[in-house]
Design a protein around this ligand. Structure first.
Ligand code: ADP
Ligand code: MG
Length: 259
């Protein structure tokens, strides 16, 4: 019997991109990692899963015409809501009105599961750009993913919040492998941040679990003025400034994601 490649056997790998603290770069990472993965031949969809504070549309300069909101409320078909974004990525925007999902009803939960099941056979990678923190909504959207990528910056507040997020994901979702991207890092700082977080987890979280949580360091992204420029111009960093330090670092992260 010939082995079926996993992407054909079970479809897309769903990755939740989340963080403890807000504003650390989840949306920046989601959009540009998606483009970097697409450049490596992957079929990629990025879904705005920050249901309360959706802003992927702003970053990608895509007007939210038909949105996830319309799909979840049964007004439109999923295929009508998927738009072609820059850099060869597909995008599913949340749309305003998602605010009312700040508490998720059972119907919306079931609908989200159905939407992801429908997306799986269509793509190789689905990235969920989630909200920050450990609210029920964020934890629920993260729970739908096969794997979690936590974005953190080296600031003490971001680190403390990342620790809290990782602890909750380990205890409530049984997550044991968590991927880490350190954003806005000085050269070499990312790995140190990852080691520091791992030490705290080893000391305070792992002894309470049946198996240890292991962080997988996916790389660091430098603080790069090109990022803010691109956000202001509503262009994708990987498209507008592919040679910028944060862009080349993102390509390295994408390579590790696929490894
Ligand atoms: N590596 C970076 N270098 C410079 N500025 C950055 C970087 N990453 C993020 N930013 C800035 O931080 C802002 C917030 O990022 P965003 O991705 O919206 O965060 P989140 O989605 O986590 O709330 C961006 O608009 C951008 O201006
Ligand atoms: Mg965001």
């Amino acid at each position: 019997m010939t082995a079926i490649p996993s992407s054909e056997a079970r479809g897309a790998r769903i990755t939740a991109i989340t963080s403890g603290k807000g504003g650390v770069g989840k949306t920046f990472v989601s959009a540009n990692l998606a483009a970097a993965l697409a450049r490596q031949g992957q079929r990629v969809l990025v879904l705005d899963a920050d249901l309360g504070l959706a802003n992927l549309d702003v970053v990608l300069n895509l007007p939210p015409r038909v949105t996830l909101h319309d799909v979840l409320t049964g007004k439109r078909e999923l295929r009508d809501a998927i738009v072609a974004g820059p850099g060869g990525i597909s995008v599913l925007l949340a749309g305003s009105g998602m605010v009312e999902y700040s508490r998720l009803t059972t119907e919306v939960r079931d609908e989200l599961v159905r939407v992801l099941a429908e997306l799986r056979p269509m793509y190789d990678q689905v990235l969920l750009d989630t909200g920050a923190g450990i609210s029920d909504v964020v934890l629920y959207t993260v729970s739908l993913a096969d794997q979690v990528l936590v974005v953190v910056t080296p600031e003490p507040t971001a680190l403390t919040d990342a620790y809290a997020t990782i602890k909750v994901l380990a205890t409530t979702q049984g997550r044991r492998a968590i991927r880490l991207v350190v954003n806005q890092a000085k050269r070499g700082e990312g790995r140190a941040v990852c080691q520091q977080l791992q030490q705290v987890i080893d000391r305070y979280v792992n002894p309470t679990l049946d198996g240890p949580v292991r962080l997988e360091f996916l790389g660091e992204l430098p603080l790069d003025p090109a990022v803010r420029e691109c956000v202001s111009r509503r262009t994708l960093l990987l498209e507008a400034q592919p040679g910028a330090p944060a862009a080349t670092a993102m390509v390295d992260v994408a390579t590790r994601v696929l490894r």
